[in-house]
Design a protein. Structure first.
Ligand SMILES: [Zn+2]
Length: 552
């Protein structure tokens, strides 16, 4: 820790000393005053309003979210951004179906010729409401399929040799440990698994967590979210986008639930864990059948992305757009421990929204605007599964091919004078170079993702853009503190363990003006660099995500 700090100091002073020499920012030689004009106190002011109790945690689909959206519209319009929502307004309204599990209605039973076992809701399994029929009951045989993935790059096919049509899959969470981080990120996503399963004609996925995942996220952490509504946006035919309505028999099971299932089927679970940890496959019919029932309370709700833009100064390049995104929603009111039920979401993600408002404000104060146009989008329903960003890329208000890069800011923890920054996903594209230049200019250290196993690159809104082939990154404040008396690792760890998705992610947490300024200014300079570069951003050759998603 100490060692890292010393190196940090050294780098900072190195950059500080070399400041008078011409930096590599070309056109951006005169941006010092613009950058210094971006104030941490202004970011904080937005947080004070958005994370106040009055906003009630900004849950998408509620009037509390709409209040926050109104605040954004007011700010965007006062600043002088041009509207880029629907019909000449800042709002891009989205119709959603909201579904809440009727927790009294759910039942799950497994049986074979000899015995039947009822699984207990919350102890053995959890599930959420469905987006298909309001009442569902499904009976189907269980088939174990390892991680439930097909990865041609690794010659890995968990479906080889088993017939899964009209059956319910039992799958391990995650992906084989021998996959590299990017592939593991992509294949471990529940969306990827659901899409493969649906293509195979499956009627449900029962997901069981590997020992690694159990350790990372204990079962108790799942329980507060049980019974809270999910959302999917509705397409023109009134179908929920990625509603996965075929998967009627889906659930997540705990260790005790897994034990019951594997005991009944006569298989040794520990043996299976070990085998799959070694990257092997073994898939088999479990010889048991499951019946799952549930009722869901569904309704249609409306929620909006808020979108504005600054037109570029270059007559040709202005038809290309860099897009800053941050989600505006949080998880609202949930009963948990203690008396405070309002999940204010100060860092998740009032901080990100405050950041993009101030970045917009800085750019609008420039005499010479950036060459490319720059979009600022406050997204809804991220907490419901990246819904606002997914809707935006499928219903873009500018041609999708004109979006050249996405910079997403989600939950930067700014409670101490942070001196380093991560950019999840930057290593996949030329955005890495832009990050290097931006951090150098600010005197911020550019450090790699310390928790690649958390696969956060695929877990926030930037991934919606990646899936459309648009180079993207997520900015995250790091863990190195410029104050020798503060241990940044400890601070971030404390936030993630005790405040993340808790009512205490609120305005009582510490806030560092200095750290905020370094972080947000880096985000500003990054956007300016991308918007002014001669070349538009591109994926690296042979990059996994570039090859998979970029238009050929
Ligand atoms: Zn977030």
């Amino acid at each position: 820790m100490f060692k890292r700090f010393i190196i940090g100091l050294f780098l900072i002073s190195l950059v500080a000393c070399s400041k008078p020499a011409p930096n590599k920012l070309d056109y951006l030689e005169n941006i010092d005053s613009i950058v210094m004009g971006l104030k941490g106190t202004n970011v904080r002011q937005h947080m004070n309003i958005l994370a106040s109790d009055e906003m009630q945690g900004r849950e998408a689909g509620t009037e509390n979210y709409d209040k926050a959206a109104q605040y954004l519209i007011q700010n965007f319009s006062d600043l002088g951004l041009q509207p880029l929502g629907s019909g000449g307004s800042f709002k891009q309204p989205i119709r959603f179906i909201e579904s809440r599990l009727d927790t009294e209605s759910t039942a799950m039973r497994i049986y074979n010729d000899d015995r039947s076992v009822d699984l207990i809701f919350k102890d053995d399994y959890i599930r959420s409401g469905g987006f298909g029929n309001v009442s569902e009951k499904i009976t189907a045989p269980l088939v174990f399929v390892g991680y439930g993935i097909i990865a041609p790059e690794y010659n890995h096919d968990d479906f080889e040799g088993v017939n899964v049509k009209d059956k319910i899959l039992v799958v391990l969470s995650g992906a084989p440990p021998n996959f590299n981080t990017d592939q593991r990120a992509f294949y471990s996503s529940s969306r990827t698994k659901a899409e493969i399963a649906i293509a195979k004609g499956v009627s449900g996925i029962i997901s069981l967590r590997t020992p690694v995942d159990q350790k990372r996220r204990p079962w108790a952490r799942y329980l507060p979210g049980v019974g809270s509504p999910g959302m999917r946006w509705l397409n023109k035919d009134n179908e929920p986008h990625n509603g996965y309505i075929q998967l009627q028999g889906s659930a997540t099971i705990s260790q005790t639930g897994a034990k019951k299932i594997f005991e009944l089927s006569g298989h040794d679970l520990d043996q299976i864990f070990n085998l799959h940890a070694d990257g092997l496959t073994n898939s088999f019919d479990m010889g048991i059948t499951a019946t799952l029932e549930r009722s869901s309370n569904q309704r249609e709700v409306l929620s909006s992305n808020i979108v504005g833009f600054i037109e570029g100064s270059d007559p040709i390049l202005r038809s290309q757009y860099v897009i800053y995104t941050a989600h505006l929603d949080h998880i609202g009111i949930r009963t948990g421990k203690g008396n405070d039920h309002i999940h204010n979401g100060a860092y998740d993600n009032a901080a990100g929204i405050g950041s993009i408002i101030e970045i917009a404000s800085s750019i609008l104060s420039m005499d010479e605007r950036p060459r490319r146009s720059i979009i600022f989008a406050a997204l809804t329903a991220e907490e419901k599964g990246l819904q606002g960003s997914s809707y935006f890329v499928k219903n873009p208000t500018v041609p999708i091919e004109s979006l050249v890069a996405n910079i997403n800011i989600d939950m930067p923890y700014l409670g101490f004078p942070v001196a380093d920054i991560h950019a999840f996903g930057a290593e996949h594209s030329s955005l890495y170079g832009a990050m290097e230049r931006a951090t150098q200019y600010i005197g911020m250290q550019f450090t790699p993702d310390p928790l690649p196993e958390e696969v956060r690159f695929v877990r926030s809104d930037q991934f919606s853009f990646v899936k459309e082939g648009i180079p993207a990154l997520a900015l995250k404040a790091g863990t190195i503190s410029s104050d020798i008396n503060i241990d940044g690792d400890k601070e971030l760890d404390n936030f993630l363990k005790n405040h993340y998705h808790q009512p205490t992610d609120d305005l009582n947490l510490p806030f560092s003006i200095e750290g905020t300024e370094r972080f947000v200014r880096t985000g500003l300079v990054l956007g300016l660099i991308i918007a002014n570069d001669e070349q538009k951003p591109s994926w690296n050759t042979d990059d996994f995500f570039g090859d998979k998603f970029a238009p050929k």
